[in-house]
Each structure stands twice: as structure tokens, then as C-alpha cells.
Design a protein around this ligand. Structure first.
Ligand code: NDP
Ligand SMILES: O=C1O[C@H](COP(=O)(O)O)[C@@H](O)[C@H](O)[C@H]1O
Length: 550
């Protein structure tokens, strides 16, 4: 492999030995049972099993140790489950190359059918796991059991109870039992706390992995390094220099058959409260430097940021619902559920007072992307300052802008639209086309002294050619096996996140904050752009970053 290349197989080589000794969990071996509950469902086939297959294919799951169990109510055979998921594990391009691994992987999968709230099914599940462990000659208590709940949260309490009673590792001889739970973890502060208490009575916090797959995305994982390993960000990363921060998620498709689920939750619970805020993005942008890289130290800092967020004001919220959303027969005709939301969060601490954090998410939008946009303040005493053309007759028909200085107009930095120059921005594109770029003003090459917007660009496809960026679920499942909780949501973090959004969510449910209709395939309600402007965001006109091609 050439220089500058790395693969997921080499992840550990990114960390030096002293780091490994101090922070990484001890390596674990022995029988490993991975149990996917809700194996018949959408998440299991689209994300969980493909991630397991990729880990297996890359050598992270030892075929001599691992066995995979699917569990759900649907009455199907082992072979039926294999047939259901087969098509999601490989694609046309790599099918022949992966054929052998695929067939061996599928043979590791066994299916057990049973209800989620009665002992009969879980006893059978335990028997199947134990048989596998016995076949591997594992002494009782030293095996590893990972339960992945790819299930609606409503069944978490009975399922956790059944696991605890019938399926945990029988004694502590170096083995473990861990459970992975999906979002949405609750619907508001009260229900989340109730769920946390129910599960907390059964399992220790160290056994519970609240997964938010945004925490497994490459550029989200890069945030800590970026912020704390680069000197030039340190003095700039504060209210003195940053005007506003935008964290944006857009999808160019609607709820697509998930209308029933979605209508109960809405875009704030589906995306903003978890992916954009609690788990990942806002916390990582705004947190202080942790005292070390230990997972608990990092999570302590995230909680502090969340606890510093002040209550959201209704006038700093715009909700939208795309036209056609209610055509889904599972969505009520009078639904006020937002499929789009822009909300401004304000962090009341020394670093961020006065800086709006604009969180924006929408379904059925004009494009698909997720990014973090940090916009810096205007340059003080800007000698290149532009004026709008309308203000400077009689030159209004030209493309140029002029500055009035020392009793004369001089031609200045102009862009094609004749608008004011843009501010510096640092953009982290999470997806698609992972990249980081800095928008800055430079001299337009040529004889004239004109300025132009350009960028310093680190586009991953170009910089890391031939590198395959691992899927978020792959990394996170691997972390659960290693016992690394850094990229999982701690109970107090979750509570703090719900504290921020619960009052707003309740007002929406009471119809006190209304969703504005917007056209599918658009930018969302125009009111959202007006809110952005009011918050201080200044759009750079006539400039678009285009991901470089090879
Ligand atoms: N799908 C996705 O893209 C994502 C999903 N998630 C989360 O992952 C979890 C699973 O999602 P997903 O796979 O889409 O869900 P599904 O609706 O596909 O449900 C998964 C399985 O759970 C069982 N199930 C469904 N409804 C009920 C019910 N009311 N009571 C008991 N069992 C039920 C069904 O299995 P059976 O009837 O055979 O028992 C079903 O196959 C959810 O918490 C979801 O929010 C998170 C991120 C993305
Ligand atoms: O959790 C969810 O995430 C997906 C978007 O995930 P991505 O990795 O494709 O960006 C979203 O479509 C879904 O509604 C939500 O539940």
C-alpha cells in the first residue's frame, strides 16, 4: 500500500503504543455471541448484518470464536434469514470477490424465533448460545455476549428483562454481557429517564451502549483531533472570532414507507436531538478540551456543554412539513409533525455567549448532505470592503464594486454577482464526499487588484485515494466488542439533551408551534432562511464549493 493510504484493518496502527497501553481496552478473546434482536427488521438487514459481514470480511471477527444469532417473532428458518439479508451484504461489483467469505459468514448465522416478553423464547435463545459456547469449549462465565436491540424502543424494557433473566453470562470469569440500544431513546425527558431507570436496574452503565451512528462517521470522529491537535484553531475557536455555527442535515427523499414511525417522532427526535446535538456534532464543536482521551473525560465535557444550553425560544424555531407527507396512509390528515426544523441553540458560557448554533435538518429537500459550517466574523478595519452596486451610481451597470476613499472611487474586489465578499468559513462536510475546506478571500490571479473567494480544500477522495472509509456501524460495533464507550451516549448526556428539547417538543405536540408547508425538493420554508439571516449568518453569493474530481 502506498504512503498516505490506510484501511480499517490498520486502525490500531494510527495509535501509538503508549496510547494503546493507557487507553485502549485489553484485547479480548474467547467465544463471542452476537445476538441481533429484531433480526427480521429494516435496520438489521440494512445496517447491522452488513456491518457484521464487513467486520468479518476484514478479519475483525474471528470465525473460530464468533457466532451470530438472529431473534424475532417472525417464524422463519435459518436459511430464510440468510436469504433475506444476503442481498444487502454484497453488491454487484464485489459479489464474486466476496462470494467465499459471504457463504462462510452466512453459515455462522442461526435464527431463533420467539416473543419479546416471555421466557420461553429467551430460554431457547440461551440454549442455542450455550451450545455454541460448549462447542468452543468455553468455561462457563468466560464467554462474551453482545445483544444488539434492532427493535422499536417500546420493547426495550421487556427484552432487557428477558436477557437479564435468561441470557446473561452466568458468572464473572472474564466474560461479559453487553447490550446495544438504538435511538430514539425515549420521546421526551420523562420517558427517556423512565427507560434509563428500567434498563439501569438490570444492567450497569458500562454494559449499556446507546448507539448513535453519527458518532461513527469518519469526520465526526476527526473532530477531536482537528480541534485539539491543531494550534491554529485554538485561539480562533471562540465568541471573539466566530460569528455563528451551522450544523445541517438534509435528505433529498421523504419518509419513504416509515411515515407511521416518523409521525410519532418528527425530525427533531429523529435527527436533531441525537445526531446533530447530543451525541455528536454540536458537543464536539463546542466542548472544552477534555483532560485526557479517556472516554469518561470526553463524555464529561460533552455533558457540560449540553448543560450550558439555555431554553430555546419559539421565535428562534422554524418548523416545516413537506407537501405530500400526509399522503402516506399511516400519517394522520391533521399531522403537525415537522419533517423540517431550524432551531437556534445558545450556549451560555465564557467561550460561546452570543454565538448562535443553528441546527437545521430536513427530509425531502433539494439535496442530500450533512455538514458543519463555522462562519467567522468580518475582518475588522477591512481595507477591501465592498459596497453594493445599487449604492454607487452611476456605475450600477458594471460588474465591479467600488470603494470610496480619499475623495475618489476605486475599483475593488468584485465577484460576478456584485455582492459583498463572503466571510471566512470553515466547513466540515460529513457526507457525501467527506471533506474539510476553508473559505477565504485571495487576490484574483492577474494584473488587477481584485479579490475573489477561494478555498483550502482537504477532500478525502482526492487526498486518500484508494482508501475505503468504514461504515459508521462497523466502527461502533467493533467498539462494543472492545468495550470502548467513548462513542456512545452516556445516561447523563442523554438526559441533558432531552432537557433542551422537551419543552419545545411538548409545545409542538400541543399545536403551539406550527409546521409551515414546503415543497418537496426545495430548501424548506423561506422563513428558515430569514431566521438564519436574523441570527447573523451571511451567505456568500456567487461562490459554491465544488468537490474536486480526480
Ligand atoms: N431503519 C433505520 O434505518 C434506522 C432505525 N433505527 C432504530 O433502530 C430500531 C429498529 O428499527 P427498524 O429495523 O427500522 O424497525 P422495524 O420496524 O423494522 O422493527 C424491527 C423488528 O422489530 C419487530 N417489531 C416491529 N414492531 C414491533 C412492535 N410494535 N412490537 C414488537 N416488535 C416489533 C419486528 O420483528 P418481528 O415482528 O419479527 O418480531 C421487526 O422486524 C428502532 O429503534 C429505530 O428507531 C435507527 C437508525 C436508522
Ligand atoms: O437515524 C436516522 O438516520 C438516517 C440518516 O442516516 P445517514 O447515515 O444516511 O445520514 C435517516 O434517514 C433516518 O430518518 C434516521 O432515523
Amino acid at each position: 500500500m502506498g504512503s498516505g493510504q490506510w484501511h480499517v484493518e490498520k486502525r490500531s496502527t494510527l495509535r501509538n503504543d503508549s496510547f494503546l497501553k493507557e487507553y485502549a481496552p485489553v484485547s479480548e478473546t474467547g467465544s463471542l455471541a452476537i445476538i441481533v434482536l429484531g433480526a427480521s427488521g429494516d435496520l438489521a438487514k440494512k445496517k447491522t448484518f452488513p456491518a457484521l459481514f464487513n467486520l468479518y470480511h476484514q478479519g475483525f471477527l474471528n470465525p473460530d470464536e464468533v457466532h451470530i444469532f438472529g431473534y424475532a417473532r417472525t417464524k422463519i428458518s435459518d436459511e430464510d434469514l440468510r436469504d433475506r439479508i444476503r442481498g444487502y451484504l454484497v453488491d454487484e461489483k464485489n459479489a464474486s470477490e466476496k462470494a467465499e467469505a459471504l457463504s462462510k459468514f452466512l453459515q455462522l448465522i442461526k435464527y431463533v424465533s420467539g416473543p419479546y416478553d416471555s421466557e420461553e423464547g429467551f430460554k431457547r435463545l440461551d440454549k442455542a448460545i450455550s451450545e455454541h459456547e460448549i462447542s468452543k469449549k468455553v468455561s462457563e462465565g468466560s464467554s462474551r455476549r453482545l445483544f444488539y436491540l434492532a427493535l422499536p424502543p417500546s420493547v426495550y424494557p421487556p427484552v432487557c428483562k428477558m436477557i437479564k433473566e435468561w441470557c446473561t453470562n452466568k458468572s464473572d470469569l472474564g466474560g461479559w454481557t453487553r447490550i446495544v440500544v438504538e435511538k430514539p431513546f425515549g420521546k421526551d425527558l420523562e420517558s427517556a429517564e423512565q427507560l434509563s431507570s428500567q434498563i439501569g436496574k438490570l444492567f450497569d452503565e458500562q454494559q449499556i451502549y446507546r448507539i448513535d451512528h453519527y458518532l461513527g462517521k469518519e469526520l465526526v470522529q476527526n473532530m477531536l483531533v482537528l480541534r485539539f491537535a491543531n494550534r491554529f484553531f485554538l485561539p480562533l475557536w471562540n465568541r471573539d472570532n466566530i460569528d455563528n455555527v451551522q450544523i445541517v442535515f438534509r435528505e433529498d427523499f421523504g419518509t419513504e414507507g416509515r411515515g407511521g414511525y416518523f409521525d410519532e417522532y418528527g425530525i427533531i427526535r429523529d435527527i436533531i436531538q441525537n445526531h446533530l446535538l447530543q451525541a455528536s456534532v454540536l458537543c464536539l464543536v463546542a466542548m472544552e478540551k477534555p483532560i485526557s482521551l479517556k472516554p469518561e473525560h470526553i463524555r464529561d465535557e460533552k455533558v457540560k456543554v449540553l448543560q450550558s444550553v439555555i431554553p430555546i425560544k419559539d421565535e428562534e424555531v422554524v418548523l416545516g412539513q413537506y407537501e405530500g407527507y400526509k399522503d402516506d396512509p399511516t400519517v394522520p390528515n391533521d399531522s403537525n409533525t415537522p419533517t423540517f426544523a431550524t432551531t437556534i441553540l445558545r450556549i451560555d458560557n465564557e467561550r460561546w455567549e452570543g454565538v448562535p448554533f443553528i441546527l437545521k435538518a430536513g427530509k425531502a429537500m433539494s439535496s442530500k448532505k450533512a455538514d458543519i459550517r463555522i462562519q467567522f466574523k468580518d475582518v475588522p478595519g477591512d481595507i477591501f470592503k465592498c459596497m453594493y452596486l445599487e449604492q454607487i451610481e452611476p456605475f450600477s451597470h458594471t460588474k465591479y464594486m467600488y470603494r470610496y476613499q480619499k475623495n475618489c472611487w476605486s475599483k475593488l474586489s468584485c465577484n460576478a454577482t456584485g455582492q459583498k465578499q463572503g466571510r471566512n468559513e470553515f466547513v466540515i462536510r460529513l457526507q457525501p464526499s467527506e471533506a474539510m475546506y476553508m473559505k477565504l478571500t485571495v487576490k484574483q490571479p492577474g494584473l488587477e487588484m481584485q479579490t475573489v473567494q477561494s478555498e483550502l480544500d482537504l477532500s478525502y477522495k482526492q487526498r486518500y485515494q484508494g482508501v475505503s472509509i468504514p461504515e459508521a456501524y462497523e466502527r461502533l460495533i467493533l467498539d462494543t466488542i472492545k468495550g470502548d464507550q467513548q462513542h456512545f451516549v452516556r445516561r447523563d448526556e442523554l438526559k441533558a439533551a432531552w432537557e433542551i428539547f422537551t419543552p419545545l417538543l411538548h409545545r409542538i405536540e400541543k399545536g403551539e408551534v406550527k409546521s409551515i408547508p414546503y415543497k418537496a425538493g426545495s430548501r424548506g420554508p423561506a422563513e428558515a432562511d430569514q431566521l438564519l439571516k436574523k441570527a447573523g449568518y451571511l451567505q456568500t453569493h456567487g461562490y459554491i464549493w465544488i468537490p474536486p474530481t480526480l
